[in-house]
Design a binder for this molecule. Structure first.
Ligand SMILES: *[C@@H]1O[C@H](CO)[C@@H](O)[C@H](O)[C@H]1NC(C)=O
Ligand SMILES: *[C@@H]1O[C@H](CO)[C@@H](O)[C@H](O)[C@H]1NC(C)=O
Length: 181
């Protein structure tokens, strides 16, 4: 009697798991490569650590400004021109971390550049890159994007426009060159 029940159970289990019923295997279609567009963007990023309403705040690590291991959360304003009063085109949200034990300050940036004006409003670019800030022109990798920048790839060339070494406030010039569908 018991043996029959066990046998029936095994039979039931095996019919339930037959791969013929499976929806795992999707349909294939012919891959058609899409033409890529090339987009160039130019703007300024305002990184403000001082004052009553900083746009970059230290969230972990040593207290000394930008010393190795410090992590900052940012919501930096992006503008058309270098002045703080210049037209706002978006914001840079994410984090950067002081990543070098050496003398020259290096940051690793994990930042989403989101646009709030013009034809790229609502779209954003994902930057994940080392940023050797002491170099006059550095190169950051754009590894993806959202909205009109979905599957974007490219480079941001960054130059320091102004920096206050006492409080860390800086204005950076961003030159973006990307390709995207
Ligand atoms: C630090 O930066 C300066 C200026 O860019 C450069 O000349 C020097 O070689 C750098 N030092 C190291 C250890 O990378
Ligand atoms: C740099 O920062 C210090 C400390 O906040 C401030 O006293 C000084 O005026 C700033 N310099 C400039 C040029 O803004």
């Amino acid at each position: 009697m018991e043996k029959t029940i066990i046998f029936t159970c095994i039979l039931l289990l095996s019919t339930c798991t037959t791969p013929a019923q499976s929806k795992y295997y999707g349909k294939s279609s012919t891959y058609k490569p899409v033409k890529l567009k090339k987009t160039h963007l130019h703007f300024f990023l305002h990184d403000v650590l001082s004052g009553a309403k900083p746009t970059a705040v230290r969230i972990a690590g040593p207290r000394t400004l930008m010393s190795f291991g410090s992590v900052y959360a940012i919501d930096d304003v992006l503008t058309e021109g270098p002045e703080a009063t210049s037209g706002v085109v978006g914001n840079a949200q994410g984090m950067y971390m002081s990543s070098s034990q050496g003398k020259n300050l290096t940051l690793v940036m994990y930042v989403d550049l989101g646009f709030t004006a013009g034809k790229f409003m609502g779209s954003s670019l994902s930057v994940f890159s080392r940023n050797p800030v002491m170099e006059s022109r550095r190169e950051l990798a754009v590894v993806g994007g959202r909205g009109r920048f979905r599957r974007a790839q490219g480079t941001v060339f960054v130059k320091t426009h102004t920096v206050n070494y006492t409080n860390g406030d800086a204005v950076l010039e961003y030159d973006v060159e990307i390709v995207h569908p």
